[in-house]
Design a protein around this ligand. Structure first.
Ligand SMILES: *Cc1c(COP(=O)(O)O)cnc(C)c1O
Length: 377
């Protein structure tokens, strides 16, 4: 029965394992009967979103005609983003989350005779889309555990891999990378871009851009002008606190944007999401407050964990990867029993790690307390 059903399914899909998301609070309550749980598992904004967004969406629910399709071109949001970035709207592609952008790139550039190149321990969606497209994955070993960016991207290794894998069509770089939190200096990225053949697309994933120290942010606009094979993408899911509404976008050459647009679902962003993103852009004070909280708490939490004798990877993002030097599964379970949801990294080939999102001060304290109990239990 299933054999007949699967006969024509794409080979890549048959051997694919679905993305496993952080556990929702409701599920923990259902499974373990734990009440009052906190979730530090999906790198969401612990402050929620801008109150102005909440008000605008609430008002829009009663005002807009929900029977009408949304603006499929995302005109207003694109123009806002264009003026914010100082580039033409024709160079912007809107996605249903930046995950959608990754998928569009895969559909345009990957297939059975091509390969995607990315780092070991890089964002899980890159291998998923690669395999779904029946393309080959060229996985570049990460930097050493004792490097200045432990388990981070090795761009010299990327360049070497490109030389010997002529079928690479798409390169993914996550900066900072999820789940490690490691980053690349702008000079390293620029040097890499200068070496990549122009027919190879470089997809620079900047989901955590806002959390990076200003000195570490590259001049994306100048890069885009110099390298038409570059596509940079960002999201409203993290610092803007709109993960539930699903809005991301890319910046690229107009030609590349045109290719992505050909395979984009006609109405991939719903009306409320488009509105929320527009309003969110207008409240940069909220983004600043979110980033300030994150920077202060990331440092405080790092110090607390180091004080417990733990090994924490350096991070420019809104999460920390903690190396326990042993299977972290029982620790993950112990934390769940105490109502603290974090992210195990076994699916990232880092079974000795847990990833914890930076929460509010109170949430981080609760995590440290629960972790202390679990480690001594
Ligand atoms: C969270 C994340 C994304 C995208 O999330 P969306 O909600 O789909 O915008 C993309 N890349 C990385 C590395 C992420 O961690």
């Amino acid at each position: 029965m299933t054999q007949a059903l699967f006969k024509h399914a794409a080979a890549g899909v048959l051997s694919l394992e679905a993305y496993s998301p952080g556990m929702p609070i409701e599920e923990l309550q259902r499974r373990l009967g734990v009440s009052n749980a906190i979730k530090l598992a999906s790198n969401e904004n612990p402050l929620g979103c801008s109150p102005r967004v909440r008000e605008a969406v609430a008002a829009a629910v009663s005002e807009i005609d929900l029977a009408r399709y949304p603006d499929g071109s995302g005109h207003r949001l694109k123009h806002k983003l264009a003026s914010m970035h100082g580039i033409e709207p024709s160079r912007i592609t809107l996605g249903n989350g930046s995950n959608d952008i990754i998928e569009l790139l895969g559909r345009v550039f990957l297939g059975p005779d091509r390969a995607a190149l990315f780092s070991a321990h890089a964002f899980a969606v890159y291998p998923i889309i690669t395999q779904a497209q029946c393309a080959r994955a060229v996985v570049v070993p990460a930097r050493a555990a004792d490097a200045d960016q432990p388990y981070g991207h090795d761009l010299a290794g990327f360049s070497r891999a490109l030389e010997v894998n002529a079928d690479v069509a798409l390169v993914f770089i996550a900066n900072p990378n999820n789940p490690t939190g490691t980053w690349l200096a702008p000079t390293q990225i620029e040097a890499f871009l200068a070496q990549v053949p122009r027919e190879v697309i470089v997809a620079l994933d900047e989901a955590y851009y806002e959390y990076m120290e200003p000195a570490l942010r590259g001049d994306v606009r100048a890069w885009l002008d110099r390298y038409p094979n570059l596509v940079v993408f960002r999201t409203f899911s993290k610092a803007y606190g709109l993960a539930s509404l699903r809005v991301g976008y890319s910046l690229s050459s107009p030609e590349l944007a045109d290719l992505l647009n050909r395979v984009r679902q006609p109405f991939n962003n719903n009306s409320l999401a488009l509105l929320a993103a527009e309003v969110a852009l207008d409240d940069q004070d909220f983004v600043r407050a979110s980033v300030e909280l994150n920077t202060a708490e990331r440092e405080r939490l790092t110090q607390a964990l180091l004080g417990m004798g733990l090994n924490v990877l350096p991070s420019q993002a809104n999460f920390l990867a903690i190396d326990f030097g042993r299977d972290a599964k029982p620790l993950h379970q112990g934390l769940l029993e105490r109502g603290v949801i974090v992210r195990p990294l076994a699916s990232y080939a880092l079974p000795q790690f847990l990833r914890v999102s930076i929460g509010t001060r109170a949430e981080n304290d609760r995590f440290v307390e629960a972790l202390g109990e679990v480690l001594t239990a």
